[in-house]
Design a protein around this ligand. Structure first.
Ligand code: NAP
Length: 278
């Protein structure tokens, strides 16, 4: 039951109606008997500063941040975790007695899903990352922290790709990060062990495969971080019997890590997963 003592957290995004986070977190709070509620709030870009100020004014325990605010929210925060600082993107804010600390659980959640659920071993692996937006940034940082051999990076926006490549080179040895152009995609796919789609291509049923399906081969592991539908990339991977995963595991694990930051308790991952998969 919601009472005057109920602690409030939630998610800010625009649009937000598609978010599965409320059902995932509310199921977790219920399972652990915690008097917390999680709500989705539609925050337009021009209202972001006011919405972040309201976290303090209304004593929210924290919020998740999603598209399109993950990078733009940073100037309104008091402090950043090392992950948020390195990736330049925030997906979780923790209200520490009025001090708003930005964190990023996307990358760590991705790694947990890839290594624990999908049993991939990362040290020494060659990885191709498509997309250098909010999610791609935190995934790139986490991959490099897990001792991969080389990260090839492609974004249709060349400046966005270059900006992420420069930021990543500042936290690792320079030759570990290679920004590629469209012509470099086919040779890169041929060489790598892991292909990650961190672009929005595939979210709509009408979307094409994010890369030419002819290039896909059986030595790849393909991780598509989209979770709302089976993308053309995953359909092609399954057709060719290539090992693959969708973004549900990342979603659940990043949510579990945010939950733990707010509640200070181990997240009930199985409950959270069931709440969004049925
Ligand atoms: P974002 O900030 O908009 O970044 C996506 C980037 O991909 C943009 O730079 C975009 O460039 C680029 N891009 C678009 N088409 C491309 C293509 N064909 N090849 C290479 N790059 C391309 O989005 P985001 O927040 O990173 O999210 C990306 C996707 O991940 C979304 O579908 C989101 O739902 C999903 N996601 C999943 C999880 C999870 O837990 N599973 C977590 C976060 C995000 P332009 O902007 O120029 O098009």
């Amino acid at each position: 039951m919601i009472t005057a003592k109920t602690k409030i957290c939630g998610i800010f995004g625009y649009p937000i109606e598609h978010s599965l986070s409320p059902q995932m977190h509310n199921a977790a709070f219920k399972a652990l008997g915690l008097d917390y509620i999680y709500v989705a709030v539609k925050v337009a870009p021009e209202d972001l500063a006011a919405a972040v100020k309201a976290i303090r004014a209304m004593n929210l325990i924290g919020v998740n941040i999603t598209i399109p605010h993950k990078e733009k929210v940073i100037p309104f925060l008091d402090d950043l975790s090392p992950e948020a600082k390195a990736s330049g993107a925030v997906n979780t804010i923790v209200n520490c007695g009025g001090r708003l600390v930005g964190d990023n659980t996307d990358g760590k959640g991705f790694i947990k899903s890839l290594t624990e659920e999908n049993k991939m071993k990362l040290p020494g692996k060659k990885v191709l990352l498509l997309g250098a937006g909010g999610a791609g940034r935190s995934i790139g940082v986490s991959l490099l922290k897990n001792n991969i051999k080389v990260l090839s990076l492609y974004d249709v926006s060349v400046p966005r790709g270059a900006s992420l490549a420069a930021d990543l080179r500042s936290i690792t040895s320079k030759n570990k990060v290679v920004q590629i152009d469209q012509a470099g995609l086919q040779p890169a796919v041929k060489k790598v062990d892991i292909l990650i789609n961190a672009t929005p291509i595939g979210m709509k049923i009408s979307d094409p495969c994010v890369i030419d399906p002819k290039w896909l081969h059986n030595k790849l592991f393909i991780y598509d971080i989209i979770y709302n539908c089976e993308t053309a990339l995953l359909k092609e991977a399954k057709r060719k019997k290539i090992k693959c995963a969708n973004g549900l595991g990342m979603l659940v694990n990043q949510g579990a890590l945010s939950f733990e930051l707010w509640a200070g308790k181990k997240a009930p991952i199985a409950v959270m997963r069931k709440a969004i998969t049925g």
